[in-house]
Write a protein that binds this ligand. Structure first.
Ligand code: 0CJ
Ligand code: F3S
Length: 336
């Protein structure tokens, strides 16, 4: 345990909001509930959220993370991660006789529905997002023939559409708001008739965390973002802090990853965390900083968050029974 000291002039600005969003909270509780209700193992396709500590903690409780649906032995329960899945993944699960729990964030589902609707109306959809990210793989899978991925402003030059009068842009939920607007401006220049999504695709949590980290960047000489290296929203927060003028910003999973050298000449440290990060990890960083003279902590609050989501509906059914029935259906035996 670190000794808390406050050296004159040294302080920490702690962002609020930070950490868990409503979709992550729901997804993590869903895994815990499934383990409670059905016992281990509960298979989860892809990391439930992109956080090392969360994944390790759930693994210890009996969750088994896999990348492909085919890795789940038939007759089991598989949960889909907060980032969402393409319709073909639901088909894979049905083929593999798996009972499913869908922990896709409702705000990702909203984007999937927009994609389906615009594809039905035969629009070309320009999906702004990061190539290879789980969420854009899922969203693109809703209408592969209608969706083109646009990975940042530099991608715009090569984008082609069938009919310039019928083009809409949608986006991944965890992008940098400012960079996305740059991409949209470049797209609009190329396709003046481009229409915008009916409501923000970049979610409230992503937006709020970026506004908060910008505020920290005004005063801090060092910004620490707690989050994992594969967490899009957490990486964006580091970029946003640097763009907003922070002289230095780093992403760390744990306090132990902080380099003492980063503190050289630093009086004000800004501290925040990504949407997939439990607050215990931020508390550990606060202790680490407190032990080095940064014991004076001031919260910088830029928004109030009260949104919550109800748990996936499947958790109200008996899924082990359902999975057994799926196997029985195939083998011709009756489920117990
Ligand atoms: O895509 C999402 C629904 C965000 C989930 C929360 O964050 P995280 O770190 O798991 O995922 P991103 O890489 O998308 O930020
Ligand atoms: Fe959902 Fe946004 Fe969190 S899309 S999972 S509320 S980061």
């Amino acid at each position: 345990m670190g000794r808390m000291t406050a050296s004159p002039g040294r302080r920490v600005l702690l962002a609020a909001p930070r950490g868990y969003c409503a979709g992550v909270d729901r997804a993590v509780i869903a895994v815990e509930k499934a383990l409670e209700q059905y016992g281990a193992p509960v298979y989860v396709r892809h990391e439930i959220v992109h956080n090392k500590y969360v994944v390790q903690t759930l693994e210890r409780k009996g969750a088994v993370f896999v990348e492909r649906t085919e890795e789940v032995p038939e007759g089991n329960i598989v949960m889909f991660s907060a980032h969402g899945v393409a319709p073909v993944v639901h088909e894979e699960a049905a083929r593999g006789r798996l009972a499913t729990i869908d922990a896709t964030c409702p705000l990702v589902t909203k984007v999937h529905k927009e994609a389906v609707r615009f594809a039905k109306e035969d629009y070309d959809i320009l999906l702004i997002g990061h190539e290879g990210h789980e969420e854009v793989i899922g969203t693109s899978g809703e209408a592969p023939d209608h969706i083109t991925l646009v990975d940042g402003p530099e991608d715009v030059a090569q984008v082609e559409v069938r009919d310039e009068s019928k083009v809409v842009w949608l986006s991944q939920t965890t992008l940098s708001v400012d960079e996305t607007m740059e991409t949209v401006e470049a797209l609009k220049e190329k396709f003046p008739q481009l229409i915008s999504p009916p409501s923000d695709d970049i979610c409230y949590a992503t937006q709020n965390r970026q506004i908060a980290v910008k505020k920290l960047a005004e005063d801090a000489q060092l910004v620490i973002v707690v989050g994992s290296k594969n967490s899009s929203n957490s990486i964006r927060m580091v970029e946003v802090a640097l763009d907003a003028g922070a002289p230095a910003a780093h992403l760390v999973d744990f306090a132990s990853e902080i380099d003492e050298a980063w503190l050289e000449g630093v009086t004000t440290v800004g501290l925040t965390s990504g949407a997939s990060v439990p607050d215990v990890l931020v508390e550990e960083v606060l202790e680490w900083l407190g032990a080095r003279g940064y014991g004076d902590v001031e919260t910088v609050k830029t928004a109030e968050e009260s949104i919550t989501f109800s748990l996936p509906k499947e958790l109200r059914r008996d899924l082990r029974e359902e999975a057994a029935a799926l196997i029985a259906d195939r083998t011709g035996t009756s489920a117990e």
